[in-house]
Design a protein around this ligand. Structure first.
Ligand code: ZN
Length: 270
C-alpha cells in the first residue's frame, strides 16, 4: 500500500489480539477454525507490531478472552506484562461470568493498570444480557469500559438485540460494540444500536464482508465520532483493513477521527 495515502494519518488499532508465545499458534488456528477465515498472521506482540508498522500504527488496544474462568488471572497478567514491555499497547483484561469471584477479577484488572474489560460471549458461551453477565456490568459500570464481541449468525449469545439490552440496563456503562455492532448481523445491529449514549463501535472484521456503501452508511448512522478503526489482528493484516477502510469515502478529517482521535478521546489519552 502506498505510504503517501496513509502517511498523513495517525493510526491507532482499537481491536487487536495477542496470546502468550507458547499457545499463540494454537490459539490463532482455533480462532481461524471458529470463524472459518484463514488467519493473516500469528497472534504474538512482535507480529502485531510488525503488521501494524506497515501502515504506521502508533498504538494498539490489545486483549484476549478467557474461555474458562480458570484462565482469567493468567491472561490478565500476560496482557499487563505485554503492556509494560510495549508502551504503545493499551491492554484490556478479561473475566468470565462463571468466575467464582468477579469482584477479585475486576480488582486485578484495575490493579494491573489495564484500561477496560474484553468479553466474547460466543467463545465464552454466555448470553450477553444474562443475569450472570449483568453481575460483571454492575461492577464495571462507571469504572471500566467494556469491549464486547457482537454478532454471529450461528449463535445468539452476542446478538445485537442483547447488546442493546446491556445498554438499557446499564446506561452509564461505556460500551464498545465490536465489528460495527454485529458480525454477520449488521442489519440487526443497524436497527437496534444507533443513537445509544455511551455506545461506540469498531469497524474491525466487518469491511471484508460489507460493501463500502453499507459500511459507510452504518458508520454515519452510529455517528462518525463514535467509531474506531481496528484490525482484529491476527484475523486480518493492517494493510488490508486500512485499504478497505479508506474505500468508505470519508473526508480526511473524518478518517482521522476514526483512525485515531475518537479512540484517544474515549480513553482520555493525548
Ligand atoms: Zn476481539
Amino acid at each position: 500500500m502506498d505510504s503517501e495515502i496513509y502517511g498523513q494519518y495517525e493510526i491507532i488499532d482499537a481491536h487487536a489480539h495477542i496470546f502468550p508465545e507458547k499457545i499463540a499458534e494454537n490459539a490463532t488456528v482455533n480462532i481461524g477454525k471458529f470463524y472459518d477465515i484463514p488467519m493473516e498472521s500469528c497472534g504474538i506482540s512482535g507480529k502485531l507490531i510488525e503488521s501494524g508498522s506497515k501502515i504506521g500504527t502508533s498504538r494498539y488496544l490489545v486483549c484476549s478472552t478467557a474461555t474458562t474462568p480458570r484462565q482469567t488471572a493468567h491472561i490478565n497478567e500476560f496482557i499487563a506484562a505485554e503492556c509494560n514491555a510495549h508502551p504503545e499497547f493499551y491492554g484490556f483484561g478479561t473475566t468470565h461470568p462463571d468466575s467464582e469471584d468477579l469482584e477479585a477479577d475486576i480488582a486485578q484488572i484495575k490493579a494491573l493498570g489495564l484500561h477496560g474489560v474484553k468479553l466474547h460471549p460466543d467463545f465464552q458461551e454466555f448470553n450477553a444480557d444474562s443475569p450472570e453477565a449483568f453481575r460483571i456490568y454492575e461492577i464495571i459500570e462507571g469504572e471500566l469500559p467494556l469491549l464486547i464481541h457482537c454478532g454471529d449468525n450461528r449463535y445468539d449469545y452476542s446478538a445485537p438485540q442483547r447488546i442493546a439490552a446491556i445498554h438499557k440496563n446499564f446506561p452509564k456503562l461505556q460500551l464498545l460494540a465490536a465489528h460495527l455492532g454485529g458480525y454477520q448481523r449488521w442489519d440487526d445491529a443497524e436497527k437496534c444500536l444507533p443513537g445509544l449514549e455511551n455506545v461506540r463501535f469498531d469497524v474491525s472484521s466487518s469491511l471484508a464482508f460489507l460493501t463500502p456503501e453499507k459500511a459507510a452508511h452504518m458508520v454515519r448512522t452510529y455517528g462518525v465520532e463514535n467509531c474506531f478503526f481496528g484490525s482484529d489482528f491476527p484475523m486480518w493484516s493492517h494493510e488490508e483493513e486500512l485499504e478497505r477502510f479508506l474505500k468508505l469515502g470519508f473526508t480526511p478529517e473524518e478518517n482521522q477521527l476514526i483512525l485515531a482521535d475518537n479512540f484517544k478521546n474515549f480513553l482520555g489519552i493525548e
